[in-house]
Design a protein around this ligand. Structure first.
Ligand code: IPM
Ligand code: MG
Length: 360
């Protein structure tokens, strides 16, 4: 197969981790007889530095023309980076939001899985972590508070800011369908998370999800309020299979879910639209404090590349091989600093990439 991939190395540790994911993909291509055509585009601070904006029209066009986008991370330290002196619509994050919207990437899949090898890094009590967990957060990505109208005004010397949370039923239906479809391939359970005791948008969410559920009698649906879900994630994460939720709740809950796996450096994500196209990126950020020191964990990006093989290219065998390589390397005791524990062997970002590629 010929894979046309656009890479967004981005900012902070982004370039380092994308380089290792590409090393693994190159190995997959050699081993399984595929061809990769690659092109880098700028986004975030890297684009601001060159073009003055976090994403150019040309970069969007190049991303659209590819089969898939592999992204590292964007953004810098908001307290010290000059990027954050710019107006909000010109800051690094605006590039990410724009590319999600332009490419219509409404479905964000964030798996959170506890590797037995890393159970020691799980911050939960052993009686909870020993049950293990394997969930997938299906986060709506192009609606809600992130894209609603917002403005700041001053009235009679009083500053006032407004953000709006809007969903229409079609936006809810298409993400719910994705969640039910994915649940069918997993353990057949969807927990839809909302704030229906307060918000109209959540009440609509709940009723549309109930409608969609009728076409999936084989999938078990339950509803949970978001505050309760935040609690359940640390109390009994094993209860979750697919968590379906809106944009802002998904942003918050996915960070929480990643933390209970022991390291945010392990979690991949896929952002999909209605075609085979996808943007794949680790769930973590750009970690400017450790950038350029060869100590970042590339595994989340490597696992995101595996999701790309699976969802965009339908290469399940190749995706399995990458995921297997990750398990193998962990089993052999190789660790980057963020997941290091006693008796294991510490390696840097680059060496971790080499080890993973060698095991493909
Ligand atoms: C994420 C990030 C982004 C988000 C930021 C960088 C805009 O936190 O992908 O979870 O809030 O969606
Ligand atoms: Mg986030």
């Amino acid at each position: 197969m010929r894979m046309n991939i656009v890479c967004i190395p981005g900012d902070g540790i982004g370039p380092e981790i994308v380089a290792q994911a590409n090393r693994v993909l190159d190995r997959v291509a050699v081993k399984y007889g595929h061809e990769i055509e690659r092109r880098d585009i700028l986004m975030g601070g890297a684009s601001i530095d060159v073009h003055g904006v976090p994403l150019t029209d040309e970069a969007v066009a190049q991303a659209k023309a590819a089969d898939a986008v592999l992204m590292g991370s964007i953004g810098g330290d908001a307290n010290t980076s000059p990027w954050y002196q710019l107006p909000p619509e010109k800051r690094p994050e605006a590039g990410l939001l724009r590319i999600r919207k332009e490419l219509k990437l409404f479905a964000n899949l964030r798996p959170a899985y506890l590797y037995q090898e890393l159970a020691g890094a799980c911050p939960l009590k052993e009686e909870i972590s020993s049950a293990g967990f394997d969930m997938l957060i299906m986060r709506e990505l192009t609606g809600g508070l992130y894209f609603g109208e917002r403005h700041t005004t001053v009235e009679n010397g009083v500053r006032r800011a407004v953000d709006t949370l809007t969903y229409d039923e079609n936006e809810i239906r298409r993400i719910a369908v994705k969640a039910f479809d994915v649940a069918r391939k997993r353990r057949g359970k969807v927990t839809s998370v909302d704030k229906a005791n307060v918000l109209d948008s959540s009440r609509l969410w709940r009723s549309v999800v109930n409608e969609v559920a009728k076409a999936y009698p084989d999938v078990e649906l339950s509803h949970m309020l978001v505050d309760n879900c935040a609690m359940q994630l640390v109390k009994d994460p094993a209860q979750f299979d697919v968590i379906l939720t809106e944009n802002m709740f998904g942003d918050i809950l996915s960070d929480e879910a990643s933390m209970v796996t022991g390291s945010i450096g392990m979690l991949s994500s896929a952002s999909l639209n209605d075609t085979k196209f996808g943007l794949y990126e680790p769930s973590h950020g750009s970690a400017p404090d450790i950038a350029g020191r060869d100590i970042a964990n590339p595994i989340a990006t490597v696992l995101s590349a595996a999701m790309m093989l699976r969802y965009t290219f339908d290469l399940d065998r190749e995706a399995d091989a990458v995921e297997q390589a990750v398990r193998q390397v962990l089993k052999e005791g190789w660790r980057t600093a963020d997941i290091m524990s006693e008796g294991c062997r510490l390696v840097g970002c680059r060496r971790m990439g080499e080890l993973l590629a060698e095991r493909i």
